[in-house]
Design a protein around this ligand. Sequence first.
Ligand code: NAD
Ligand code: ZN
Length: 355
Amino acid sequence: ETIQIQTESKEYPVFVGEGCRNELPVFLTNHFPDLTRILIITDETVAKLHLDTLLQVLKPWEPIIFTAPPGEKAKTFEVYYDALTTALASRLDRKSVVLSFGGGAVGDLTGFVAASFMRGIPFIQVPTTILAHDSAVGGKVAINHPLGKNMIGAFYQPEAVFYDLELLNTLPIHEIRSGFAEVIKHALIADPHFYDWLRLNIHNLNAITKEQLSGSLVQGIKIKNKFVSQDEKETGIRAFLNLGHTLGHAIEAEMGYGNFTHGEAVMIGTIFALKLSNNLLGLSFNISEFIDWVTELGYETTVPKQLSFESLIAKMRQDKKSVGDAIRFVLLEQVGHPLLQEVSEEVLWQELTRF
Ligand code: NAD
Ligand code: ZN
């Protein structure tokens, strides 16, 4: 299946399917007739598991490989600098292509390398995680600063995304959960039918069928596209994609990146946002049923005990989306109807105590 992503600055295809990496050569030949070089940026784990498979397809181009450390460690200034050194030393030019091969961390790093090398050269994403249905679409690319995650970056859209589902077979269960939390988030903010379908059909993330996975990812990508296409630079509705992320980011940061996956933290934040929505906006939503379902899927549903409310609230105050003293949350009036709501620290404190 092909989903066409439409933003103000660019239109590009996302190819989704088993084995769709095999379409890469034709795409490259058609779209880059003068292609000089390909730089693949990947991480150690993905390289070990899947690089040979990708290289078989790209052999004629003799790609240059840059391997980053796995996970969030890929998104440092040092790794970014080393990747640029490789690009310069290998004499990449404006007619070269940078190809990202990995999860969201590698995608964010690679996109920023592509955006900044010679003021921007073409970039293609070959995502290898479920979470990347979110991160590979929409053109936010970034690395981290010690003072803040994703603080150094750009909006830079890829030329295409080749989402080959065969590459997802090796994902550990925590990474499956991480990505699937964003699928559930997409359903909650945009599509009650999709949400009901998920809740009725998905009961074991270890045993999800290919059809269920591909259906979920395609629908998630379409929803992400809907928000991004109307608001590429996040001045308005794109912010709704942050459901669950205000508390989720705070939990992730306080736990230390790598100790808790992004999506698993976002799931706790989502439950919190649903409770706030029930109490502040009269959302009618059966939260205990939701908690039972996601518990069955293996998610944690409460804030880890070792974290203090003070430090979580302090972290939430630093959120890019917060203004002044109020902490801004994405809440739901109904499933499919998100809105932004400022919540006082007093109310937050109460809700966290009850949570
Ligand atoms: P990731 O790249 O860190 O991948 C998670 C882990 O899975 C890594 O250890 C990786 O080596 C491993 N892995 C990747 N593919 C694998 C495979 N096929 N088999 C086995 N292991 C594999 O990150 P992620 O979870 O995909 O994404 C999280 C990152 O994405 C964060 O840095 C976050 O900030 C970013 N993100 C960006 C956006 C955006 O819009 N740009 C949106 C959401 C998240
Ligand atoms: Zn997220």
